[in-house]
Design a protein around this ligand. Structure first.
Ligand code: 0CN
Ligand code: SF4
Length: 316
């Protein structure tokens, strides 16, 4: 029986960003330099397959610094950590390497600068996400107020409406954040902030590509993990841009083929923490069932690269 035809739109850019690439490299280089075990506080990036692969090479993943011994190196995940974490590691004389993405560190520095200038901070982010915890944890408790929605902006209680600044999580929905920033500026006209927000280039570019691809496709899959904020935002963006079916899958085995019955076009993208092998696995699953014609939907070309910390460079 001949396979049904399928146009497979591939969003570009998709998959790994420079911060994820660097964070994974840091764990690999640390294992080379110090041998196993090397401890990693939190999933280095939000992807089970990346984590399992590094675990097989000798990394030990824990949620808290207290779960690490004093005498083994520890790496902090790409999402960033509260100031108390490196402080505690220093107090215990531990060797640590910070794999926080430089674009997250930039937000930490911004928050510190505003605080030093005497401004109270508002963070736009998702409650409980490690990046939000890390950024809020740059300042003393109570100094950063969290808003998640436009409704939260109306409710937030500030110390002085004329002495405020805002920062954002790097992996938010660009469109939702525009609305939240506008609400903040309407309620607090003198609020200080970044030029637009702190959403990173990778998040922005992946959402742009989905917006271009989604209206053309009968259905769309985002390769990524359920705890990956940027991946989940891509599903929302796809649905809002008019794709009738947008779903997150960790790998090919998660594809609900019955839901895709009758489609003639399909869009595929991947979150910033999803490895290329899993994207290819998903594409191959379509090739096995359909006569696939691949079309790239490219809205940007990325050439960002971040260096690993100096302590790991000589062994590279
Ligand atoms: O999926 P990630 O590990 O993290 P979130 O999207 O949940 O923040 O991707 C890397 C992003 C960072 C920092
Ligand atoms: Fe850095 Fe953005 Fe990648 Fe997060 S998604 S690691 S902030 S480049």
């Amino acid at each position: 029986m001949s396979k049904p035809p399928l146009t497979l739109f591939l969003a570009a850019p998709r998959g790994f960003c420079a911060g994820v690439d660097r964070a994974i490299k840091i764990v690999e280089l640390a294992l080379q330099k110090w041998g196993a075990p090397v401890y990693v506080r939190h999933e280095i990036v939000h992807n089970k397959f990346v984590v399992d692969d590094l675990r097989a090479k000798g990394a030990v993943f824990v949620e808290e610094l207290e779960d690490c011994p004093d005498d083994r190196p520890v790496i902090f995940s790409a999402h960033g950590v509260p100031k108390s974490v490196p402080d505690a590691a220093t107090a215990r004389q531990m060797v640590y390497v910070d794999a926080t993405c430089p674009l997250v560190s930039k937000v930490h520095i911004e928050a510190g600068r505003h605080h030093d200038a005497g401004l109270q901070m508002i963070m736009i982010g998702h409650e409980g996400h490690p990046e939000t915890i890390g950024t809020m944890g740059q300042l003393p408790p109570g100094e950063v107020l969290l808003v998640e929605t436009v409704e939260d902006v109306a409710k937030v209680q500030v110390r002085d409406p004329d002495r405020l600044a805002f920062v954002t999580q790097t992996t938010l929905s660009v469109d939702d954040t525009i609305d939240i920033v506008a609400a903040l500026q309407a309620r607090f006209p003198s609020i200080v902030g970044p030029h637009k927000e702190d959403i990173c280039y990778a998040t922005t570019n992946r959402q742009e590509a989905v917006k271009a691809m989604a209206p053309k496709a009968d259905a769309m899959l985002v390769v990524g993990a359920p705890n990956s904020s940027n991946s989940r935002r891509l599903v929302e963006v796809g649905a809002r841009a008019g794709c009738p079916y947008a779903q997150l899958v960790q790998r090919a085995a998660d594809i609900d083929w019955r839901a895709l019955k009758g489609i003639t076009s399909m869009g595929i993208t991947a979150g910033a923490s999803a490895p290329e092998v899993l994207i290819n696995e998903v594409i191959d699953a379509f090739r096995a069932r359909y006569d696939v014609t691949v079309e790239q939907v490219e809205t940007a070309v990325e050439n960002v690269e971040f260096k690993v910390p100096r302590v790991l460079r000589q062994s590279a």
